[in-house]
Ligand binder design. Structure first.
Ligand code: G4P
Length: 512
């Protein structure tokens, strides 16, 4: 059963076309009722970074966190697709990274005119950490873009991946005449005034000379598709298309269905757990405040890693030690509501709770397994938090603890001094922090410059840590879990301390 699941995400730089592609995938997958919800147009879209506003619109952020659709493949088998939203890439945060730990593969969308952009690259690196296989979609070929060879070579060089073109645009922009499928030799054609793909496919086409030449070069210049290499994360099949005009979308669904891996074994300290293991286990990769800010309800998103989950089942969260009954999970179904009471490995379940479930927790029947590998990342921006009303210290501490649990920010409590420091990987997280402090905790705060540039988690023997601590108190802090963190003024500072203290490790990530 479980190998009919395809749990994946789309990674891209803002504006490359992720939302448009998501809509088209859902439409083709038959989940039409969801498609209109993916994106608010125009002004509302600009407000997307402020996720609270979106939540107010009928809780879209919860429903669009996981989009499920089904499709019967060429062999008559039903494939269930779980598309996880990598949360609004404009407010790029740790949430985004962590979501990628819950997928088995990803589609990388690239704008044909722009090539690889910074966010694409960052997200790709996260995928690489876990050898997540990538299918590449070069979007917007209905517009003038860069030469195909240029784009392919850029992917190969910048990401150190083998590339294998699976399709080729017949012209781009004004000259665009369709997409050639390298395997079947068929060409999908634009139709009507909007020049969309509406199903017109030509066989045995005489290609324009320069396109035929390009194709010949492409076929000798790049390796053949190799399933093993793709699944190991070493090769990416590349599809050209236009999400807007519907070109290449079916091909992507086919590729995910045929090539993308079914649920993979998930890592624990004792080795990977196979999805076929009968015990129900899973891990929390994301926690989100509920739609109603008046209630402190949270939804914890669990990726099911093994077993068949049934509604009402008792599971023990690793952070809690005692079992909880999961009575009202939020399931993200396809059209078939019959399956609503059970979930299979690869599926995502939303579990409402009041803060008992934390990112990184394992849930299991026997409470023996612990999934690992959900990282904290060293913040790139550090700010001191100052209160406008100093009597609100307690509320602030509670808020910072809560929000760091959700992964909105990281918080550091210095060993000396009372000025707490928050760390983020993206500027927008800071804006979200300030508005949530006000809206949910009634705390007015300001962010001030901090002397620190980044942070490193330190590990070592007790003795080594004590020694280090006695000399460096000014630069030490504790994180939310009480772990020791070195607050660095620069990258140079980190290197210097690492060299002077070879018995300690200074780590840019912390696994939970
Ligand atoms: P994102 O989620 O990755 O940020 O991108 P999104 O889908 O919102 O697409 C960004 C813009 O690019 C949109 O224009 C969208 O219509 C356009 N777009 C997406 N796919 C294609 C494509 O295949 N061809 C062409 N020509 N355009 C495409 P927009 O909503 O009009 O935004 P804007 O242009 O006003 O910023």
């Amino acid at each position: 059963m479980s190998n009919s699941r395809r749990t994946f995400a789309i990674i891209s730089h803002p504006d490359a076309g992720k939302t448009t592609l998501t809509e088209k995938l859902l439409l083709q997958g038959g989940a039409i009722h969801l498609a209109g919800q993916v994106k608010a147009r125009g002004a509302a879209r600009r407000a997307r970074s402020d996720w609270m506003k979106i939540e107010q619109q009928r809780g879209i952020s919860v429903t669009s966190s996981v989009m499920t659709f089904e499709r019967t493949d060429a062999n008559g088998e039903t494939v269930t697709f779980n598309l996880l939203d990598t949360p609004g890439h404009e407010d790029f945060s740790e949430d985004t990274y962590r979501t990628l730990t819950a997928v088995d593969s990803a589609i990388m969308v690239i704008d044909a005119a722009k090539g690889i952009e910074p966010q694409t690259r960052k997200l790709f690196e996260v995928c690489r950490l876990r050898s997540v296989p990538i299918i590449t979609f070069i979007n917007k070929v209905d517009r003038e873009g860069r030469a195909c060879f240029d784009l392919l070579d850029e992917v190969a060089d910048m990401l150190a991946l083998d590339v294998c073109p699976m399709s080729w645009p017949v012209g781009m922009g004004g000259l665009f005449q369709g997409i050639y499928d390298l395997e079947s030799g068929k060409v999908s054609r634009p139709e009507g005034p909007s020049k969309e793909f509406l199903g017109k496919v030509d066989e045995n086409v005489e290609l324009p000379e320069e396109v035929a030449e390009e194709m010949e070069l492409a076929q000798v210049g790049y390796p053949d598709f190799d399933l093993e290499a793709y699944r190991a994360g070493d090769l990416t099949p590349v599809y050209f298309g236009s999400a807007l005009k519907n070109f290449g979308v079916t091909e992507l669904i086919e590729a995910i269905s045929q090539y993308a891996p079914p649920p993979r074994p998930q890592p624990t300290e004792e080795g990977p757990i196979d999805p076929e293991t009968p015990e129900v286990t899973g891990f929390i990769f994301k926690v989100q405040a509920n739609m109603d800010p008046m209630h402190r309800d949270r939804i914890a998103f669990m990726r099911l890693a093994s077993g068949t989950f049934k509604r009402g089942m008792k599971l023990t969260p690793s952070g809690l030690g005692k079992a909880i009954a999961v009575h009202s999970p939020i399931m993200f179904f396809a059209q078939d509501r019959e399956i609503a009471d059970t979930a299979e490995p690869g599926d995502i379940i939303g579990i409402p709770n009041h803060g008992t479930l934390r990112v990184g927790d394992t849930l299991s029947e026997k409470n023996k397994i612990r999934y690992i590998g959900l990282p904290n990342f060293a913040p790139e921006i550090l700010r001191r938090v100052a209160l406008k009303d100093p009597t609100k210290t307690k509320q602030l501490r509670k808020a910072l603890d809560d929000l760091s649990e959700e992964g909105v920010i990281q918080v550091f409590y210095p060993e000396i001094g009372a000025q707490w420091i928050v760390g983020v990987v993206g500027q927008l997280q800071l804006e979200v922090l300030i508005s949530r402090l006000e809206a949910e905790y009634k705390v007015e705060a300001m962010l001030e410059a901090s002397p620190f540039d980044t942070a490193r988690w330190i590990k070592g023997t007790d003795k080594a840590l004590d020694d280090f601590e006695s000399f460096n108190k000014m630069n030490l802090a504790r994180d939310r879990d009480g772990d020791l963190v070195f607050m660095a003024r620069s990258a140079w500072d980190v290197n210097y301390q690492q060299e002077r203290n070879p018995e300690l490790t200074f780590s840019a990530t912390k696994e939970r």
